[in-house]
Each structure stands twice: as C-alpha cells, then as structure tokens.
Design a protein around this ligand. Structure first.
Ligand SMILES: [Zn+2]
Length: 619
C-alpha cells in the first residue's frame, strides 16, 4: 500500500524482544498473530466461495461466505473474524448449526464461534454488513468523478476484510476464492481476481482467484466503470469521464511489469490491471492482486507520479507473493516494496531520478521519526502492536527505514550479490508468509554467512531492533537537488522567480524546492512564487498539498478557495492529514479546520474519518 501516514504517536508500547548478541540472527519462531481471533491456521481453511448482493441504494452487502475446511486437528469449533456484521444463520455441511458472536473487542471486532465435527468440510455463513463497515466506502453519485452513478470500493488492509466478509483475517492465513457478485443494472463489479472487462446484462459477475491470498487482499469495486487495454496483459479501469486520461497517464505500465520481471523474476499473477477510483479513495494505492486500486491524485497529466504504480506492482512480489506473517513484520511488505519500486524507477528513468525519490523518502523518514519520537520503539522496524490497532504501524518507518536497510545491505555486499539474494528470497518464499526473525535467519544463511565484518558494517540490530535513523544510514547522490538548492537560495536572497532556472523540473524537484523553504514565507514571497509558477492552481496533487500547507503557515489567503476545493474532493489521507494538522496548530486557524471538516467529512472514507476525527476533535 502506498500510505505514508504520519503523526501516529506511539503510546505505551511494550518493547519487542531484541535479537540475541552476536552476528547470527535469532532462531525463527512461529509467529502469533494477535490481530485475528480466528483459529483457521489450525483448521486448514483452503477456499472461499462468496455469493453476495451489493445494494448501493441501501449501502449494504449481504450474502453467503462458504468456507471449505479440513479439520485436521479435530478442533471443536471454527472461529472467524467479524466486525459489525449481522450473522443470519450458519450451516455446517448443509445442516443448520448454532453459532455465537462474542462481544466486540476494540479494533478486533467479534469472534464468530461455530461448533464443528471432526470431519466437517464446509461452513456457510449467511450475513450482512453493518453501517460501520470500516472497509467500505459507499459513494453517492455526486461523490464520483462523473457524478452519474453510485460507487462502492473496499480497503481491506490491514484488518478490515472482516467488516465485509466473515473470514480468518490475518496475513498468515491464505485461501483461494471464487465469487458471484450481484450489482445494480448497468454497473460493473471488479475484484482482486480474474475480472470482466465490460458490463453485462445479467448484473451478475463471476470471479476466480486460484492463487491463495490472505484476507487483507480481498477487494471489490462496483460502479460505472470502463476498461482500456495497455498491452496484452495490462490495462486500466476508470469511470468513463476519466478513462482516456487514465489510459494516457499509465502508458508505461506494461513496460514497468517487464522491468520488474527483469529485476526479480516472473510476475506470477496473470494479468496486471489498475483501477483508478473516485477521489475519496483514502490511500495512494492498494496492491490488490491482479488489480491495483489507485487514487486519481496520481493523474497529473505528465506521468510524473507513476512511481506509485511501480510501488503497487512491486507488491506483486513483496507482500502478495511473500507476505509479512503478522502486522509486527509490516516492514517486510513495505520496506522491500519501496526498495523494489525505486529499482524499477531507476531502470526506467535513470539514477539521478531515483536518487530524488530516495532523498524525498529520507526526508519523509526524518519527519516520521521527529513526530513519533526518536527513541520510540515504534521507530524500530520490528513492531509490537499488541493490543493496538495495526494501523498504528503503518508509518513511514516501515516504508522508508525498511527500504534504507535494504539499500544499506546492497551497498555493503554489492548490487549483483544482493539482487541474486532477492531473486532467491522471492522464489524460496513464494506464496508463503515470513516473520522478521525468519528473514534475518535467511539473510544470514544465504548472504551474510555469519561474516562479522559485514554484520558490523550493516549493523542490522540498530535497524530492526533500534530506534530512530541508524548512524550508517545511506544517502542518495544529490546531483539534481543541489541545483534546486542553489535556485532556492537565490530566491531567498531576493532573486525574482522569473529569473530562476527551473526548466525541466519534475514534481520531485518542485517538492524539494518547496519543502526546504523556511518555515514561513512572507506574503510577498508566496505571491511572487504563485504568480510565476501558478502553484495555487497546479493540477499536481503532491505539489498542491505542500503548497496549501505552506499557505496556511504563511496566512496566504489567496490559496484558500483552491485548498477548500481540494479538501472537498480529495479523500487521500496522506493529503488530508497534513492540511488539517497545520490548521489545528494555531487557535486562529482551528475554526477553519472544524468548519471545512464538518462540511466535507461525509466525502471521506471511514478510515480517513477515524484519523481526522481524532485530529479535529470532532468526536
Ligand atoms: Zn505498499
């Protein structure tokens, strides 16, 4: 997932157990996933047949989840995760069975207990979703791009699949699935599976995902959606009013898949398609297998933000193929993916380009460490999310510190060696889950071989079981950003923006130029920049978001109408959070934050609402 969520402050986290002294990693231990109440890891749950009706007017999903099981350990009951679901009835091997729904626990929801016999083979759960389904965002027509039809999309990561399917909802439990989805006439349904490419008359769609996946990769989108191919195995989906723009922006996606395969081996999921969702989508992208879910805020018109697609595509290896065993090991998904994403971008755009991505990532890491606290255990790569919402772990630490550890290893052992290691790693762990400790043991066995010089240089313990940014953290070459720094200095010394050399700058140069400005610019400086570079009305969401934050700081009111427009449509949490946070910093701006949030809260996904409710003190 491209997430980059900041300011999640760690409270009362117990310290994870550090690795043993010495060069060799700790012995791999079985991982206990504390964020699922299901016992499906002991009862082999192999397959799900889902048959659901999606009622967009009533904002409810209802239907049956039929689980194929193998009660090999002769357990007395099957436990599934649910969150705000109504369970109508349960059948075990076709016979009605009693069931109980335990009281809801914070974050985890209610465990569904189903008594089963030793030889039980199939468990069918008849259910409906509730009003507080955290995975679901139901859009009224006016909240979509085309404003004609309602829309639904899901976001199941990290533990929200249970709010639309009664399931074993842990990253360590995989199953194949088939689905039959009934939707209102004229709308198309898509899943993280083999997908249709056009609307049919029956309004019933069939899906197949034969490769076992964990519940957090269950996904569904329903709306007025069209398809356009890119090449024989890649394509894009979007609302009709956006489809041509989207097709143009993602021209290079086919090439990206080929580049990724050259780096780390075959793409193993068949097709790779991308759906661009309406603007309320709460995150940048979600790596749902075969069909990446993506925010429209990457459609900049100049393909300058497509590294997000490289990121989601890279998850087809790191995350979807080799999966973190628990949310404490989240960095194994995201750190690997960011590293892989930058290697794809280096291949496609050149090293000076990927160097900019590395440096901006480093800046993000610095911000995250400052906000979380440089000594907080939440800045370790190995997390301890016991008793907490796993979303607390979805910070830039996993993404940026994780990728920088891999970069450190690459620089220490050499790229060729490291690439060979990564190819083996993906092969040896394909369709399996892995803990941090298992990874460290594998790293030792296949790459570091107990070599104390290498261990000393890399200092793995400081990265995985230590806080903040380790002393040996690598930095990217600053070739292009040094030039940007020079132009910024000229501007701050009084050179008019028209005299600055900005020709050929990409989004990344602009971000660096603006990020490193002094905390507050004068109104005259803001105005001069705006007049020359039209920043208030930029169509680039990354630049717009940063510019609006600067505008709030500087009290540059000329940007406020455009900012309100942005806040009224965009639901991407990464953009909303800094803007509302900046407004909440001063008593003078707090009423503006509350007023805007009251007006537009209804346009945001439940997950974004949860984050912002806390921030803007709505609840
Ligand atoms: Zn990701």
């Amino acid at each position: 997932m491209a997430f980059a969520l900041l300011s999640l402050v760690a409270l009362n986290a117990c310290e994870p157990k550090p690795a043993k002294e010495g060069s060799v990693a700790v012995a791999p231990a079985a991982a206990k996933d504390l964020h699922t109440q299901s016992n499906a890891d002991s009862i082999a749950v192999s397959h799900l047949d889902l048959d659901i009706n999606v009622d967009l007017a009533g904002k409810r999903i209802s239907g049956t989840a039929l689980w194929t099981i193998d009660n090999k350990n002769k357990l007395k009951e099957l436990k599934l995760d649910t969150y705000d679901l109504t369970i109508d009835s349960v059948l075990v091997d076709g016979k009605k069975a009693p069931h109980t729904l335990a009281p809801a626990l914070p974050h985890l929801g209610s465990a569904l207990h189903i008594p089963i016999g030793d030889n039980a083979k199939q468990v069918a759960v008849y259910y409906k979703t509730g009003a507080n389904a955290r995975a679901l965002q139901w859009l009224d027509p006016q909240q979509t791009h085309d404003k004609k039809s309602p829309f639904l999309y899901t976001q199941s990561e990290s533990i929200y699949a249970r709010s639309w399917i009664p399931c074993p909802d842990g990253p360590g439990i995989r199953y194949s699935y088939a689905a039959r989805v009934t939707v209102p006439k004229g709308l198309l349904a898509l899943m993280s599976a083999e997908n249709p490419q056009q609307v049919n008359d029956s309004s019933v769609y069939h899906f197949k995902m034969e490769t076992p996946v964990p519940a957090y990769l269950m996904a569904l989108a329903v709306g007025d959606i069209q398809f356009r191919p890119i090449n024989e195995r890649t394509g894009v989906y979007a609302e009709p009013g956006m489809i041509d723009k989207v097709r143009n922006e993602f021209e290079d996606v086919g090439k990206m898949v080929t580049t990724a395969e050259q780096l780390y081996g075959p793409y193993r999921w068949g097709r790779y398609d991308v759906i661009v969702l309406p603007p309320g989508f709460p995150i940048g992208g979600m790596e749902n297998p075969r069909l990446t879910f993506c925010t429209p805020t990457v459609i900049a018109g100049d393909r300058s933000l497509v590294s997000l697609i490289a990121h989601e595509l890279a998850h087809s290896w790191s995350g979807n193929l080799v999966t973190n065993a628990t949310w404490n090991d989240f960095w194994l998904n995201e750190g690997f993916t960011v590293y892989f994403e930058r290697r794809i971008m280096e291949q496609l755009m050149g090293k000076t380009y990927s160097d900019m991505l590395w440096e901006l990532g480093y800046q993000d890491l610095q911000t995250a460490v400052d906000e979380i606290g440089p000594k907080s255990p939440d800045t370790w790569l190995k997390l301890n999310l016991t008793g907490r919402d796993p979303d607390d772990g979805l910070t830039d630490i996993a993404y940026e510190k994780g990728s920088l550890l891999l970069e450190t290893i690459e620089r220490t052992v050499g790229r060729q060696q490291f690439d060979k290691f990564l190819n083996d790693y993906f092969n040896d762990h394909a369709f399996k889950t892995i803990t941090t400790e298992q990874f460290l043991a594998y790293l030792d066995e296949h790459l570091l071989h107990g070599d104390s010089t290498l261990y000393k240089k890399i200092d793995i313990k400081a990265w995985v079981y230590g806080p903040g940014i380790p002393a040996n953290c690598p930095r990217a070459d600053m070739e292009r950003f040094t030039k940007v720094d020079a132009e910024r200095t000229k501007f701050l010394n009084g050179t008019a923006p028209a005299q600055l050399t900005t020709t050929g700058w990409t989004t990344h140069e602009w971000l660096h130029f603006l990020r490193k400005m002094p905390a507050t610019l004068t109104d005259a400086q803001m105005k001069a920049l705006d007049e020359q570079y039209k920043l208030t009305n930029t169509g680039n969401s990354e630049i717009a978001d940063l510019w609006f934050v600067m505008s709030i700081r500087a009290g540059y009111k000329a940007a406020y109408p455009a900012m309100e427009q942005f806040l009224s449509t965009v639901g991407r949490r990464k953009f909303l959070q800094p803007l509302y946070a900046e407004m909440m910093k001063t008593p003078a701006n707090q009423p503006m934050a509350r007023n805007l949030y009251t007006k537009y809260r209804g346009n945001y996904h439940p997950l974004a609402q949860e984050t912002l409710d806390k921030m803007v003190n709505k609840k």
